[in-house]
Design a protein around this ligand. Structure first.
Ligand code: FES
Ligand code: FES
Length: 158
């Protein structure tokens, strides 16, 4: 079957790619655009490792078809740092050692950024609820939550 031609914006850059009808956005990002930050954990919307933003909405890219991304603006983990300057969330994850294997980390960071853009001063409970869809098998979550709270404080300039 003929491939679909998709145009979208990814991390501020206009991109075009060809994809099959059944190809997920996650696979398009990884296989067609070489953006391998988003990870495939479950392929069923349960782990959050594939989290990206589409038009400012947090989504599991394993549940979105590549063709559905046509005309949208997508943000991935690759767009989070500005050149050599890490985003405060990335810096705090390093300082708090909030990652181990790193499979979940891109999705946790993208989801955390989405949270702080909506709620710059979340409670610990709100952070835990927001990140409930991002599974991590390594860190036990406490360091992740502390890093997000610390980044929120820094980003508020408190
Ligand atoms: S790979 Fe998409 S939610 Fe797990
Ligand atoms: S750091 Fe390994 S799954 Fe989260």
């Amino acid at each position: 079957m003929a491939k679909h031609h998709v145009s979208a914006t990814v991390n501020g850059d206009e991109v075009e790619f060809l994809c099959d009808t059944e190809q997920t956005l996650l696979d398009c990002l990884r296989d067609e655009l070489d953006l391998t930050g988003a990870k495939e954990g479950c392929s069923s919307g349960d782990c959050g490792a594939c989290s990206v933003m589409i038009d400012n909405r947090l989504v599991c890219s394993c549940l979105v078809l590549g063709v559905e991304a046509s005309g949208t603006s997508i943000e991935t983990i690759e767009g989070m740092a500005q050149g050599d300057r890490l985003h405060p969330l990335q810096q705090k994850f390093l300082e708090h050692a909030a990652l181990q294997c790193g499979i979940c980390t891109p999705g946790v960071l993208v989801a955390s950024k989405a949270l702080l853009s909506k709620n710059p001063n979340p409670s610990e409970t709100e952070v835990r609820y927001w990140l409930a869809g991002n599974l991590c098998r390594c860190t036990g979550y406490d360091k992740i939550v502390r890093a997000v709270m610390d980044a929120a404080t820094e980003m508020r300039g408190a």
